[in-house]
Design a protein around this ligand. Structure first.
Ligand code: NAD
Length: 454
């Protein structure tokens, strides 16, 4: 690991990555490699947890291609120096901000969208002119292997390399000095990464998880609300960081809401053979999820096949904050439904818990929407929709508080991997005596006047 980082540092110091044409060429190369290997990627992820080619394209590749195209198109503009105003005190002169790459970066990925969560930060790192060590999640092992193979056979490891492995390898990587660490994963491991980074004062981006609520108001458009929620919750069998973790439904529509949710689940025919459902990533997680299902509270679904790693889309009703399902992020196809009387109660329930990665509000009322957006702090979210905000790269994606630090996608990703160097440039033909000795009263008054403090 030490060697890899040393080699990358040497490469970075050669200044090759500072050249925008170099960055564009590497991004184009990555794009064509992904395109050439799309079929192998589909096969690997299907072997790992039965994710279909449809889901692999729509939820992973499409976002990666989009980020690639955007970076290729805009990297020149993003990396250009930006003139800013020069104040009177510094006249004559000019001021500007120059984005510069941070240096040698480490990207650590999670397993649930293994391509997207690995390549999207890599694209941002490359666009900003960094070298990259990528450590994908070890759980989807075939996907990790194919990513390592494609990258390591085609890129100079001094510029971009994939290191495969789990806790031991990541721990060894974290002991090295990087200039940037970008981590996607759980809150407890996020804290380990943050502590390791602190030893070298390495800046971090932490893309973490948590319990993301969806608030369902009585005045919502129920048919479309239910359709969008069912898709968002059971996509990838609920193994999505921004899936609605739980529902807060206004109590007057609870029964109707539950009935419509079940009808929609039946209509969707979630099944791996239909290509719209996946296995739980491993047996340990299947058992963890099974233990969260309180049989007394199952409203629909509830069947678990530990060996096949399949959990039926499940709705739990009459859930309270004391139930096991409400103690941790679920990260699976189980949807607890809680009720509230008025919006203030829903808001205070959410605010009594760590700030979520996402929050969704379903309502037709503008004031309700504004109250939720104004009063609850969360990473990002949507009004009358769920998950789809991630598909707009103009929206920086990231958490707040326990759900993360920093953001990426589009230009936000470029910024995440850049330092903005501030420069004042002065000509030498003029030098007023103002700041120099003797410090007369007249000079002081003039300085006060220039600074607008009289
Ligand atoms: P995880 O934290 O277990 O693992 C993430 C990465 O950290 C993996 O590459 C793993 O090898 C490594 N790792 C695990 N334990 C480690 C340790 N002790 N020391 C060093 N490295 C270690 O997370 P996961 O199970 O892969 O992913 C699920 C979590 O990630 C959920 O909480 C989910 O919400 C979150 N997530 C967040 C986002 C986001 O964009 N914010 C996206 C996907 C997943």
């Amino acid at each position: 690991m030490k060697e890899i980082v040393l080699e990358q540092r040497e490469f970075f110091n050669s200044n090759q990555t500072k050249d925008v044409a170099f960055r564009i060429a590497q991004l184009k190369k990555l794009k064509s490699l992904i395109k050439e290997n799309e079929k192998s990627f589909d096969e690997a992820i299907f072997t790992d947890f039965k994710k279909s080619a449809f889901d692999n394209f729509t939820c992973e590749m499409a976002l990666v291609y989009h980020d690639l195209d955007e970076a290729i198109k805009n990297v020149k503009k993003w990396s250009a120096k930006k003139p800013v105003k020069t104040n009177l005190l510094n006249q004559p002169g000019k001021s500007y901000v120059v984005p510069e790459p941070l240096g040698v970066s480490l990207v650590i990925g999670a397993w649930n969208y293994p391509f997207q969560l690995s390549f999207a930060p890599v694209i941002a790192a490359m666009a900003a002119g960094n070298t990259v060590v990528l450590k994908p999640s070890e759980l989807p092992q075939n996907t990790s292997r194919i990513m390592a193979q494609v990258v390591n056979e085609n890129f100079d490891p001094a510029y971009f390399t994939v290191v495969e492995g789990g806790v031991a390898e990541t721990t060894e990587l974290l002991a090295q000095k990087f200039d940037k660490i970008f981590f996607t994963g759980s809150v407890p491991v996020g804290k380990i990464v943050y502590q390791a980074a602190a030893k070298n004062l390495t800046p971090v981006t932490l893309e973490l998880g948590g319990k993301s609520p969806a608030i369902i108001e009585a005045d919502c458009d129920l048919p479309i609300t239910v359709k969008r929620l069912v898709w968002a919750k059971f996509l990838n069998a609920g193994q999505t960081c921004i899936a609605p973790d739980y529902i807060l439904v206004q109590e007057s529509i609870k029964d109707l809401f539950l009935q419509k949710m079940v009808e929609e689940i039946e209509k969707e025919k979630f099944d791996v053979t239909n290509g719209n459902y996946v296995q739980i990533i491993n047996q340990r997680n299947t058992e963890r999820l099974a233990s969260m299902i309180d049989k007394e509270k199952v409203y629909s679904g509830g069947k678990v096949d530990i060996e096949k790693r399949i959990i039926q889309p499940t709705i739990l009703s009459d859930v309270t904050w004391e139930d096991k399902i409400m103690q941790d992020e679920i990260f699976g196809p189980i949807l607890p439904v809680l009720t509230y009387r008025d919006l203030s109660e829903a808001i205070s329930q959410i605010k009594a818990h760590p700030r979520p990665l996402s929050c969704y509000i379903f309502t037709k009322n503008n004031r309700t929407k504004e109250r939720v957006l104004n009063e609850i702090s969360f990473g990002g979210g949507a009004v009358n929709e769920a998950i789809m905000h991630i598909a707009n790269s103009s929206l920086p994606f990231g958490g707040v508080g326990n759900s993360g630090i920093g953001a990426y996608h589009g230009e936000a990703g470029f910024r995440t991997f850049s330092h903005y160097k501030s420069i004042l440039e002065k000509p030498t033909w003029f030098e007023p005596s103002l700041k120099y000795f003797p410090h007369t009263k007249k000079k002081l008054n003039l300085i006060k006047w220039i600074m607008g403090q009289r």
